[in-house]
Design a protein around this ligand. Sequence first.
Ligand SMILES: Cc1cc2nc3c(=O)[nH]c(=O)nc-3n(C[C@H](O)[C@H](O)[C@H](O)COP(=O)(O)OP(=O)(O)OC[C@H]3O[C@@H](n4cnc5c(N)ncnc54)[C@H](O)[C@@H]3O)c2cc1C
Length: 382
Amino acid sequence: MAADTDPSNDLPVYVIGGGPGGLAVAAALRERGVRTVVLEKSEALGASWRRHYHRLRLHTTRRKSGLPGLRIPRSYGRWVARADVVRYLETYAEHHGLEVVTGVEVMRVERAPGGVGWLLHATGGRQLTGRGVVVATGYNHTPRLPDWPGREAYEGELVHAGEYRDAQPYAGKDVLVVGVGNTGAEIAVDLVEGGAARVRLAVRTVPHIVRRSTLGWPAQSSGILIRRLPAPLVDRLAALQARVALPDLTSKGLPRPDTGLLSRAREGAIPVQDVGLVAAVRKGRVEPVAAVESFEEDKVVLADGTRIAPDVVIAATGYRRALEGLVGDLDLLDARGRPRVHGARTAPGAPGLHFTGFTNPISGMLRELSLDARRIAKALSR
Ligand SMILES: Cc1cc2nc3c(=O)[nH]c(=O)nc-3n(C[C@H](O)[C@H](O)[C@H](O)COP(=O)(O)OP(=O)(O)OC[C@H]3O[C@@H](n4cnc5c(N)ncnc54)[C@H](O)[C@@H]3O)c2cc1C
C-alpha cells in the first residue's frame, strides 16, 4: 500500500504558531494519532493573548469559543477575561499532551529536497522536515501603521494599539485614538474610564455597532445565523435593528453607516461590539473626529482640515499578516498578502501545506479556528 511505504509518514507535522489556531490543529491531529510539533517563536504559548490590553474580554461567548476537545470552564463566566483565555490555552496544551517548542521562529518554508514533505528554516540555523505544515502565525501578526505624510518628522508621541496595555500612562493626557474597530473603540472607553483628560477618536469609515447581547441573545449567535444569507436582505434588517437598538449619534459626530453590515463583514470589517463606546460618545466623553490625513511637526492634520495637538496618538489601525517572508516564494498569497487557500484546502502545487486563522469571520474566529482544526487534521491524516 502506497501510504505505508511513503517515507514522509515517519516525519511529524509541524504547526507554526502556538496561539489558539495552532494549538487547536495540534490537538485535532493528535487525536488522530498524527505526531505533531508546535513551533512557537515566543517564550510561551498564547503569546498574543499575553500581550493584549488588560481590560479585554472575549466578545464571543465562552461556549462558542472553546477549542476541540476541551470546554472553557464555566467558572470563567460568559465573557471570558483575557487572563483566563491564557489560562485556558495553557490547560488546553497540557490536557492534550501537546508537544510545543517555544523560542523557535520559523523564517521560511520550502519544498523538501526530493519533493517529500516540507523543509522549515528556523531560529539558530535549524532545518526541520515535516510531512505536513500548518501555518497558524495569526491574522494580527505585525502592527500596521499607515504611511501618513509627515509621520517620520512628527515630534509627538505616536504608538500602535498593539503596545497599549492599560490607561494608567495616559491619565491626565489628551489622547487621539485613530481607528474605530473593536480595538480602537475599546481603548477609547478604557482611556475615559482610566482618567485621560480628553479622548478623541478619529473615524475614517463609520462602523457598524452592535450590542454584545440583546435580552441574553449574543451578537455572535446572530452572526452565525446570518453569515450565509443574502447580503442585501441582512443589510436591510441590520439597519432597521440598529435604529431600534442604538441611539442616533449623528449630532455627536458618529452618524449611522451608509454601507450594509453583512456586505462590510464579507470584506473583512466585522461590526464593533459596544462595550461602552455608545454611552461614552453620547455623554461627549469620547469625541469622534475626522480621519487622520497627515502629520506636521507638532500637529495632526485631519481630513476636514482641522489641526490638533494631542499629547499622544494611539493608532488602532490594524495588523498585517506578514506571510511574505515565510511562504512568499511559493505563489500562495493574494494581492493583499493573504493565503489563497485556507483550512482543509491546499493549493495544487503545495500538498500538505495548510493555513488557519487568516479570515475574520462574523461568526467568531475562535469558533472557526476549531472547525478548521478538525478539517485540517482530517486532510493531513488521510
Ligand atoms: C484584541 C482582539 C480580541 C479578539 N477577541 C476575539 C473574541 O472575542 N472571539 C474570537 O473568536 N476571536 C477573537 N479575536 C480573534 C482571534 O480569535 C484571536 O486573534 C486569536 O488569538 C487568533 O489565534 P491564532 O492562533 O490564529 O493567532 P495568534 O493568537 O496571534 O497566534 C499566533 C502565534 O504564532 C506565533 N508566531 C508568529 N509567527 C511565527 C513564526 N514565524 N514562527 C513561530 N511562531 C510564530 C506568535 O508568537 C503567536 O503565538 C480577537 C483578536 C484580537 C486582536
